[in-house]
Write a protein that binds this ligand. Structure first.
Ligand SMILES: [Zn+2]
Length: 217
């Protein structure tokens, strides 16, 4: 299992490239669908998660992807919903977990995705405390940070290996300026990344073909 880590580097003046701005043309021709199960075991509120999903949804729609969120309960009272929620199928049904903290990662690590040697993976984690820390340091809203981190990690799962880029949503280390762009709805996938994502989703296996990949933690 090969983890790919997103951290935020809050050093002004480090921005060498501006975020890539993608024409809205792709957004108007969304042709592929993605289903994402969300499991939240952090203190972040359902309302914040809902706003984050809206932000991530917009970013993905810009890339040509329509996403269906499954907000999955984790207590015994909602066992009935877990069956559908627990389905995972690469690349059409992915999972995002929101945890309070990471295990053994740097304190600034916002998210991590897990993929196999062939570049396929269904699981990614996001971490509440680094998001809270970023909120305090940048004044970006937690839903903006979380929503774009969700899109970034889904981007890793959909783009495969070596999917970081020097600028834009898939930059490995976000700066304060990146989060300013995010707050304005301008931190996006590049056009090339968008085409790779839609191609991969369009060519993915049927929804009933399971490709199990184990998450690390
Ligand atoms: Zn990353």
């Amino acid at each position: 299992m090969k983890p790919t880590i997103l951290t935020a580097t809050l050093v002004l003046g480090l921005v060498l490239f501006g975020p890539l701005l993608v024409p809205d043309a792709i957004a108007q021709n969304a042709v592929v669908q993605l289903r994402v199960s969300i499991f939240n075991s952090s203190p972040i509120s359902p309302a914040t998660i809902g706003r984050a999903e809206s932000d991530a949804e917009r970013v993905l729609r810009d890339a040509g992807v329509e996403v269906l969120w499954l907000n999955c309960f984790q207590d015994a009272q909602h066992e009935a919903s877990l069956g559908f929620c627990s389905e995972a199928s690469f690349p059409s049904h992915l999972h995002l977990r929101i945890l309070r903290v990471s295990r053994g990662l740097k304190a600034t690590t916002v998210g991590i995705s897990f993929s196999a040697e062939d570049g396929k993976g269904c699981y990614a984690d996001l971490f509440y405390e680094p998001i809270q820390q970023l909120q305090g340091e940048t004044h970006a809203s937690p839903s903006v940070i979380l929503g774009h981190a969700m899109a970034h990690e889904l981007g890793h799962l959909l783009l495969g290996t070596n999917s970081h880029s020097p600028s834009g949503l898939m930059r490995a280390h976000w700066t304060r300026e990146d989060l300013t762009y995010a707050s304005k709805g301008k931190l996006r996938f590049s056009r090339e990344q968008s085409l790779r994502i839609t191609d991969r989703l369009a060519l993915g296996p049927p929804r009933d073909l399971q490709t199990p990949v184990m998450a690390r933690n």
